[in-house]
Design a protein around this ligand. Structure first.
Ligand SMILES: [Zn+2]
Length: 487
């Protein structure tokens, strides 16, 4: 058995693995409110763009899981303590494919075995308790699909996403929102912000990266156990391969970005895109509240490009026609808009997709030239103008389920929305626009934003009110006026 020493982030002392394990075990066993509260402490980032995030009362998931890479099964246990919402039931979402269902084995509520119902979408637990806090423990088994799906194994790459039960989302009236159904386009997932401690055991031959910061790794018999921790993310994902070659870059003193590729030849290309995108977004939006990010390559015919907390994922198909130059900066942008600042992607996906696409223009301007950026901006305008003919009655606020197909979704939530933000920049000038972007980001880290948040940030930062949002978001596309009024 190897005992490896790691430096715990935030401390300067080396702590032996057994101390960390016993610390985590203590957390799990005693549910000590003192320890739990430490996880919710204020996150203060001392940097040029100082953000002070007062982490709200968000739960911590303690997950232990074992991946059997021969049977493609994950056996795991989720533990978390929440403030009792006083609802008759507690709801968890699961997002398995219909052909690859998750199995919920046991549920404990406040240490007692609990009655539950599971319909492969939602796990519903009766909540008879009046206690202020509920501790919930769920034992689950999840098969890993052997396909190039967004959760799956293909070409020796494991992409492990939405693999455990996640607490449901309550609406403003304290009702559980029904879990959204995937429809083969967009990101129909709802998440809460949460902290995570994840203990993951698998074959030592697989090199893993995840949404968290690695605290420790050690051999347990023939298996290797890795423990990660991260605060204030919307879910926890992992990627691994026996073939990964991993290199780290440090774009600033707070941040380490691991790049995991299956061959050396593309490292320079990916490193240069990553450095340029990271520095562009940090300058325009502000510092991230996370210290460890990863760039993940998956096989051909898998998933184009995907965002997960602190992970930007792209398939090898992106190397063709240099699509990587667009979609990697796009996915890196989602670490700011989607993860650090949350968005309801079912209802308001135009916000994070539009800002991620707008970010690619900023990246091109910053890395190459204004005219490179303008070419892409003109493409957004063209796609947006096409909508006037192809979908004259459609609106940007339609919600994911009311778009007819991927092209209409792309032209709306990506192109039209990016065009809208860039039109605003043309109107108010770059200086004011940049101030607005920083305000929108820095006042909303850890929050889920909507149209109102954008209007508020605009007013707060540069005292501007505009009809742009009414006209471009709520009016049908055929009524688009290309000039905008500023009050
Ligand atoms: Zn996106």
């Amino acid at each position: 058995m190897a005992v490896i020493f790691f430096i715990i982030p935030g401390s300067q002392s080396k702590i032996a693995l057994n101390q960390i394990t016993s610390m985590i075990n203590k957390i799990k066993v005693s549910w000590s409110p003192t320890v739990a509260r430490n996880d919710k402490d204020q996150t203060v980032i001392k940097n040029k763009d100082t953000i002070e995030v007062t982490a709200k009362d968000i739960p911590t998931y303690y997950i232990t899981a074992l991946l059997d890479d021969k049977s493609f099964q994950i056996n795991g246990q989720v533990n978390l303590t929440i403030n009792n919402p006083g609802t008759d039931t507690i709801v968890f979402y699961t997002y398995p494919y219909s052909w690859s269902s998750m199995n919920i084995k046991k549920v404990f509520l406040n240490d007692e075995i609990a009655n539950f119902a599971y319909d492969r979408r939602q796990l519903t637990i009766k909540n008879p308790y009046k206690k202020k806090e509920l501790s919930i423990q769920i034992e689950f088994q999840t098969p890993v699909p052997r396909r190039g799906t967004r959760f799956g194994y293909k070409d020796n790459v494991w992409l492990v996403t939405t693999w455990y039960p996640m607490l449901g989302v309550l609406d403003n009236n304290q009702n559980w929102v029904d879990r959204p159904d995937p429809i083969g386009m967009g990101d129909p997932y709802l998440f809460n912000f949460a902290n995570y401690v994840v203990e993951w055991t698998s074959s030592p031959s697989i090199k893993w990266l995840s949404s968290g910061t690695l605290l420790s790794e050690t051999m347990v018999g023939n298996e290797r156990k890795m423990t990660w921790k991260v605060d204030g993310v919307r879910n926890f994902a992992l990627a691994g391969s026996t073939k990964y070659k991993i290199k780290e870059i440090k774009p600033d003193e707070n941040t380490t970005i691991s790049i995991a590729l299956t061959s050396e030849e593309n490292f320079d290309r990916i490193r240069n895109i990553t450095n340029a995108a990271f520095s562009t977004y940090k300058a325009h939006y502000g510092q991230l509240p996370y210290s460890n990010l990863a760039i993940i390559e998956t096989g051909n015919d898998t998933n184009f490009a995907l965002e997960y907390p602190n992970l930007a994922v792209f398939s090898k198909d992106m190397y063709v026609d240099n699509k990587i130059e667009h979609w990697l900066p796009h996915e890196i942008g989602h670490i700011w808009w989607y993860n650090a600042v949350g968005i309801n992607e079912v209802k308001n996906g135009w916000i994070d997709e539009g800002l991620a696409e707008m970010g690619v223009v900023l990246y091109l301007e910053n890395r190459y030239s204004k005219s490179e950026g303008k070419q892409l901006r003109d493409t957004y305008r063209k796609r947006n103008q096409l909508l006037i003919n192809t979908s004259p009655y459609q609106t940007l606020d339609a919600g994911l389920y009311r778009y007819g197909n991927r092209q209409e979704l792309y032209d709306s939530w990506y192109a039209r929305s990016a065009d809208m933000f860039l039109t605003l920049r043309d109107e108010i000038g770059e200086k004011a626009f940049n101030h607005f972007l920083k305000t929108l980001y820095q006042t909303n880290v850890g929050e889920t934003i909507n149209e109102d948040s954008i209007a508020k940030a605009l007013k707060k930062s540069v005292s501007i009110e505009t009809d742009l949002f009414q006209n471009w978001i709520h009016d049908p596309y055929q009524l688009t006026r290309w000039d905008i009024k500023i009050n």
